[in-house]
Design a protein around this ligand. Sequence first.
Ligand code: ADP
Length: 502
Amino acid sequence: MLVISALKQVANAATNAVHSATGNVTGHNNSGTPSTPIMPGGTPGTPSSKAKEKIMLRAKVVVALYPFRAIEGGDLSLEKGAEYEVLDDSQEHWWKVKDENGSIGYIPSNYVKEKELLGLQKYEWYVGDMSRQRAESLLKQEDKEGCFVVRNSSTKGLYTLSLYTKVPHPHVKHYHIKQNTRGEFYLSEKHCCGSIPDLVNYHRHNSGGLASRLKTSPCDRPVPPTAGLSHDKWEIDPAELHLLEELGSGQFGVVRRGKWRGSIDVAVKMMKEGTMSEDDFIEEAKVMTKLQHQNLVQLYGVCSKDRPIYIVTEYMRHGSLLNYLRRHEASLGANVGLLLDMCIQVCKGMAYLERHNYIHRDLAARNCLVGSENVVKVADFGLARYVLDDQYTSSGGTKFPIKWAPPEVLNYTRFSSKSDVWAYGVLMWEVFTCGKMPYGRLKNTEVVERVQRGIILERPKACFKEVYEVMRKCWAHCPEVRPSFRVLKEQLISVSQGLVND
Ligand code: ADP
């Protein structure tokens, strides 16, 4: 399923690029500016007590958005809603903090938010960047009258209330939260409130024109993965992994569900010996654990001391996107919005990789995974470089993913973010056909001939003109002409806004 670049130079260039890219990130706090250390005081040239007070006042205080259980020594548990003082945020993903009892330890930085910037995030009902389609599936799954969420609208800076009602039949209504000239928020002009939480409270007691009163919001929402299982941890002790059922098997061997230290769900890929250049990969794994995005499958670490080596990642309950599309063809095929949302999610993950100069090399629906709440994440990024199987090494190999490859890869094995963009266009085609094989039964040689002649895949039935236009741009013969993932993401979001007024 994976492919290796024959041009080692290209591979090395990409590795170097991500090393420096990740290097850029560490050593800075979340805002991208160097963090300010808190001075213990007393050294020569130390400012006056007033100035000192100012420095102390600048101490960063964060609030826990999710609970976190410290398992590894040196980590600190987080209690949802509690406050912590940040002592060291020089590493991107694990910060040293102090709790109210004075205990000090490392916590995952994506589990907390600066108190001053907390905004709506402290409320159970606020779900942030959740698309209309995902909000609908979440609320339908809860199936409770008056169940609601507030989410960021696809128009930046605006919010939407999504509300589930069973009257007259189960469905979800979406309401824009509007603001009047006095800056007050309202759903119906008759009932204006000074803030969104006040507005939500008002509508808890009065439907005020809504399909139902606001009664409850979804609970037990998934907690995001951490970058590695603890601070500075990427080597995992296999004795701490309890292996469970088989999830599937692929090029490298069997993948099993597991529990780390009896509490964290993981997927464990057991690498068949001789299938990958292990030492190079183990080095790279340290960098890969630092890549973190809501649309990338998180690499937790590796068990590299024994053979076979294990790759330990976040567990995704619905398995590969390709099988998910095929299994749910009947319901998904009729929901173009959901299909487009899946494409946008993959695009967001790829835009993150592109920003970090990281090339996937084997992007396809089979290499994406689906988790709870219809979350789609990109998996197996960069792994292709470490495959040893000759059949993957050149475009002539029988296992080379010819059908996802652009002309410059077929001709010169020249991988780039723009070759990922071509593959992304094919992935969009797979999504809109609910998992059909691109180019049907055509032989690889016939596909190569077509691609060289500029013949592209036909528009899938479920795919409307604007989406097909985006696919076509991904298949521009010349890589420079293809849009970047950053641009693709904007284009697809604007298509989805046009599809339905969000
Ligand atoms: P390989 O890379 O060895 O070809 P894959 O990554 O494709 O293997 O995994 C094979 C199958 O195992 C996938 O199709 C999927 O069903 C399952 N799987 C892999 N990783 C996960 C995961 N993180 N969570 C859940 N299922 C997974």
